[in-house]
Design a protein around this ligand. Structure first.
Ligand SMILES: NC(=O)C1=CN([C@@H]2O[C@H](COP(=O)(O)OP(=O)(O)OC[C@H]3O[C@@H](n4cnc5c(N)ncnc54)[C@H](O)[C@@H]3O)[C@@H](O)[C@H]2O)[C@@H](O)CC1
Ligand SMILES: [K+]
Length: 671
């Protein structure tokens, strides 16, 4: 089932064959070959201004980036037509190009000219007052037609609709004309705006996007496996980015046109990875220009299988259960005892050496029933998980002893308030010491640590414990809110934010929570957004998008918390490693593992953020790379490609298989 890993492939392309001879070797030779599963090119995104900075040296050397972009876009358009079972040949295809006045429109014009050269019937609707001059000439020379939508447009060779007149084909409301063309098109090439978009779409592009976008957005549509043939005509190919999306922050600030495929030039932009814009990108095909990315910090990163594998600790020759990592859990409650079972079982099946559980008697009995291995015996905990299945302050009648225990556990993590007594180590809570009542437990949890805050074990703060988070904490505290919980946390810190705001701007809100609390923030969603620390005041943003929609099921969050706790315990078990700067990657790796377990459990090839395809000039290889996941999965499972409903327990059952998959990847790389 190789396709659950990102099987996009970078390098070794012959895209640069047709380039000028005067190029530096580093570009002419193509980028270095990278291992299939560990390719930063397909897993990193840069902001518009960074992309421009990386383009500049190539443009200065005369590399014809726009022509390269256009040829790639034309090839991708052909691949889209060809993969439709009932699709027309290029020579018979009706193509509508929406072209803006900038270079994005230029890309579109050259691409459409290549299709027109092959016989396609191409009409360009110009949304601005001008068009890229050479691109326009190329399209007209190839037999394409141009319709100017702006009455003040100055575009040689273009027809200008005239509502006054009633005599020829250019009559009528220009937008209606475009919608007629839209309805009869096989393919729309969206080249209105690219990385030059400022704010939300305005004017004619906004009106067009409103009409076309509304026709295409249906939140009730099923979550399908990756890159199935389009369910409706026309298909939409977005040039560089879908017009209207927030390129740098992944928001949808106004109207936009969702794409079936986005062909992205030079490097991914954050909108290709971040929700909600990523959902509007469809399948992303990335064209390699050979940018030198080495000196440009990554803005957003997508966690990969290879990156996740690095954080896993395989058993070593001389290991014992403590060395492999012990997870302590204060989860589950009388109200939700099942969360105790789910979080503890997930931790136990996710490669931890041992699980300690602390909770009310009923939950404890249930944990022992289902997980006789769970202990309360003396010894260290290398990581904690708190809050899953515990009512928060608004829903607990009185502050429960459990909440009080969590409050005490979190106390030493409060930055700037380090003034602790020296009782028995916090790390040594055991069954023998476990008092009858939580009051005594509280006393025992009294904060203490030996090596300062940095040496405190990582802790996952979930659900009902989120309102117990100290004002500021160090990065090894991971909070795991969903949108509503993050909004609540931000409100408690004076921000006027509700869940819808978080869903509209997940990155912005996660960054804000990171800034305010210092915690590593894992914002749950179909695409999970993680913000952690990459040095003083420097955020690191990592997203995970491999989870299938089947994974949104009750208890899924408890499983994530438990298995993330196990991953953190493994990492912390190696005491020489400081986790502070690794927490964002660790948290994202936890989300990746959870998503992969969901994919295995459901047998689904569907993912919120399908793997990025690297553009290949070879048409057959491109078609193969863009082929639907269903084809790749057909033999992998009887349920492929759609998958089947799953329960949280099914996900837990697959966690060992996830670790087995990682263990079998490139064994030589294990430490
Ligand atoms: N710079 C380069 O070297 C390359 C750029 N390429 C293409 O060039 C694009 C960037 O081109 P530009 O810098 O010309 O910018 P764009 O073409 O992305 O955007 C500029 C156009 O969008 C309009 N616009 C901006 N904000 C708007 C708003 N809020 N509402 C409505 N219209 C709005 C402007 O009026 C202008 O017509 C890239 O996205 C890519 O497609 C490629 O050709 C590859 C090489
Ligand atoms: K576009």
């Amino acid at each position: 089932m190789g396709s659950v890993f990102n099987d996009a492939h970078h390098g070794d392309d012959d895209f640069d064959e047709g380039l000028d001879d005067g190029l530096d070797n580093d570009f002419a030779d193509g980028p270095d070959e990278a291992p299939e599963t560990d390719d930063p090119f397909v897993s990193a995104a840069w902001r518009a201004e960074q992309v421009r900075a990386m383009e500049r040296p190539l443009l200065e050397r005369g590399v014809p980036l726009m022509r390269m972009a256009a040829t790639a876009a034309a090839h991708v358009a052909q691949a889209m037509l060809e993969r439709q079972p009932d699709g027309p040949d290029v020579a018979d295809a009706h193509v509508l190009l929406l072209a803006g006045a900038g270079d994005n429109g230029g890309d579109g014009l050259f691409a459409a000219a290549e299709l027109a050269d092959q016989g396609a019937n191409v009409v360009c609707a110009a949304t601005g007052r001008t068009l890229h001059a050479e691109g326009l000439r190329a399209l007209l020379d190839a037999g394409g037609r141009v319709l100017a939508l702006d009455p003040e447009a100055d575009i040689p060779g273009a027809a200008v609709p005239d509502a006054q007149d009633g005599t020829d084909e250019t009559d009528g409301d220009p937008l209606e004309r475009v919608m007629d063309l839209y309805e009869n098109a096989d393919l729309v090439i969206d080249a209105m705006t690219g990385i030059g978009l400022k704010g939300a779409l305005r004017g004619i592009p906004a009106q067009l996007a409103e009409r076309i976008g509304a026709d295409r957005i249906d939140p009730r549509s099923p979550a399908l496996p990756v890159s199935e043939p389009a369910a409706q005509y026309p298909m939409v190919l977005a040039v560089d980015v879908p017009s209207g999306v927030g390129v740098d922050d992944g928001t949808l600030p106004g109207t936009y046109i969702p794409a079936d495929v986005t062909v992205s030039f030079g490097a991914l932009k954050p909108c290709a990875l971040l929700p909600p814009a990523a959902y509007a990108c469809g399948q992303v095909v990335l064209v390699d220009f050979g940018f030198d990315t080495s000196r440009v910090p990554v803005a957003v990163e997508l966690v990969s299988a290879a990156e996740t594998r690095r954080h896993i600790r395989l058993p070593r020759l001389a290991d014992n259960k403590y060395a492999r990592g012990v997870v302590g859990l204060i989860t589950g409650s009388d109200a939700y005892p099942g969360a105790a079972v789910l979080s503890a079982s997930a931790a136990a099946r996710a490669n931890a050496g041992m699980v300690r559980y602390l909770g009310p008697e009923r939950a404890e009995r249930m944990v022992l029933d289902r997980l006789p291995e769970a202990v309360f015996g003396e010894g260290r905990c290398q990581a904690w998980v708190v809050g899953s299945g515990i009512p928060d302050g608004d829903h607990a009648d009185v502050d429960s002893p459990q909440r009080e225990a969590i409050r005490r556990l979190l106390e030493p993590y409060a930055v700037g308030e380090a003034n602790w007594p020296e009782p028995e180590s916090l790390l040594n809570i055991g069954l023998d010491d476990l008092p009858e009542s939580f009051e005594d437990l509280m006393a025992m949890l009294a904060p203490t640590y030996e090596g300062g805050q940095e040496s405190l074990p990582p802790v996952v703060v979930d659900a009902g414990a989120l309102d117990l988070l100290p004002e500021r904490v160090p990065p090894q505290v991971v909070i795991t809110p969903h949108a509503g919980e993050l909004a609540r946390l931000l409100r408690s810190r004076g921000q006027a934010v509700d869940a819808d705001d978080v869903e509209r701007d997940p990155l912005g809100c996660a960054l804000e929570a990171w800034r305010l609390t210092g915690a590593t923030v894992l914002l749950k969603g179909a695409i999970t957004v993680v913000v952690g620390s990459d040095g003083p005041d420097k955020p690191r943003v990592v997203v995970n998008g491999n989870a299938p929609a089947w994974l949104s099921t009750a208890g899924s969050g408890d499983v994530l918390a438990g298995s993330l706790g196990a991953l953190l315990a493994q990492a912390a078990a190696d005491e020489d490693r400081s986790l502070t700067l690794k927490m964002a990657d660790l948290a994202a790796a936890g989300a990746f593992i959870h998503g992969l377990a969901g994919q295995l459990a459901s047998g689904s090839g569907q993912a919120a953020r399908p793997p990025v395809v690297v553009y290949d000039e070879d048409r057959d290889r491109l078609a193969e790379a863009m082929a639907p996941t269903s084809e790749k999965l057909r033999d992998a499972t009887p349920f492929a490609p759609i998958g089947k409903p799953i329960l949280a327990g099914d996900v837990i059952a697959q966690l060992p298989n996830v670790y087995a998959l990682f263990a079998s990847m490139n064994l030589s790389e294990w430490n």
